[in-house]
Design a protein around this ligand. Structure first.
Ligand code: KIV
Length: 276
């Protein structure tokens, strides 16, 4: 029997059982395959691929086609994880039909089980339309990277009483619109605690402290794949850039020193001639 994927219902049950929820991003088949062998229940095909995979300075240039292609690779690499696909910049604001069509692409062509979109009260009507159409939706408030130019940079949100109250109101409006969980990005831990305790659905924090019901991190950040970028909130689980660099340097040295390939990596007429 094939392994069953984790469902949004199971993710919601984890909050009730007070089981912390781990989530990580993935953008390709090989990484997804590794993640699926752990006990991480949820994978996000994030538009952070704009920075960590495509080399842009924001998530804004990422297209629906980029996410569809990456999502289908991540879905092929996983059997167990719930796969959430990000709705890119302006793919859900133009009109309800375009939003439904774009969400449909992520689910039908990409194979995602859920979509994620940024914003609070202002996107609640479109979230309602999606959830009423049978789409599982994850919200995302606090620092919303697609609005980086409006927010004036990647900075902590909800520091004043006024903006904290706005974020609490945003979270409640998303829950009422039917999201199954909400990402809280870069907000004070006290506010994340208040939001988490006011909601029935799980909050998934990134730079939002210990009181969230779960945590999400960018794959490249937690593994130290970019030696020039290590956000304060990502933790330090590996230093893969130096391991990969060392391996590549060894490979290059062996090629230039005519040590690679050796006999073990070569094929010979004497053994293979009859079978070609
Ligand atoms: O795109 C992404 O990786 C995200 C996370 C930061 C939550 O939205």
């Amino acid at each position: 029997m094939t392994a069953r994927r984790i469902t949004v219902h199971q993710i919601q049950q984890m909050k009730l059982k007070q089981e912390p929820i781990a989530m990580v991003t993935a953008y390709d088949y090989t990484a997804a395959k590794i993640i699926d062998t752990t006990n991480i229940p949820m994978v996000l095909v994030g538009d952070s691929m704009g920075q960590v995979v495509l080399g842009f300075d924001s998530t804004i240039p990422v297209t629906v086609e980029d996410i569809v292609r990456a999502t289908s690779a991540v879905v092929r690499g996983t059997k167990r994880c719930l796969v959430v696909a990000d709705m890119p910049f302006l793919s859900y604001q133009i009109d309800p039909n375009t939003t439904l069509k774009n969400a449909g692409k992520l689910i039908q062509e990409g194979g995602a089980q859920a979509v994620k979109l940024e914003g609070g009260l202002s996107v609640a009507p479109i979230v309602k339309k999606l959830t009423e159409s049978g789409v599982a939706v994850m919200g995302h408030i606090g620092l919303t990277p697609q609005s980086v130019h409006q927010l004036g940079g990647y900075r902590v949100q909800g520091k004043s009483k006024f903006t904290a109250n706005q974020l609490l109101r945003d979270a409640v409006s998303l829950q009422e619109a039917g999201v199954f969980s909400i990402v809280l990005e870069l907000i004070p831990l006290e506010l994340a605690k208040e939001i988490s305790s006011n909601l029935d659905i799980p909050t998934i924090g990134i730079g939002a402290g210990i009181h969230c019901d779960g945590q999400v991190q960018v794959f490249h950040d937690i593994l130290g794949l970019d030696p020039d970028f290590r956000p304060k909130h990502s933790g330090n689980y590996a230093d893969l850039s130096s391991i990969v660099k060392r391996a590549l340097q060894n490979y290059s040295d062996e090629v230039t020193g005519r040590k690679f390939p050796g006999h073990e990596q070569s094929f010979s007429w004497s053994k293979d001639k009859k079978n070609d």
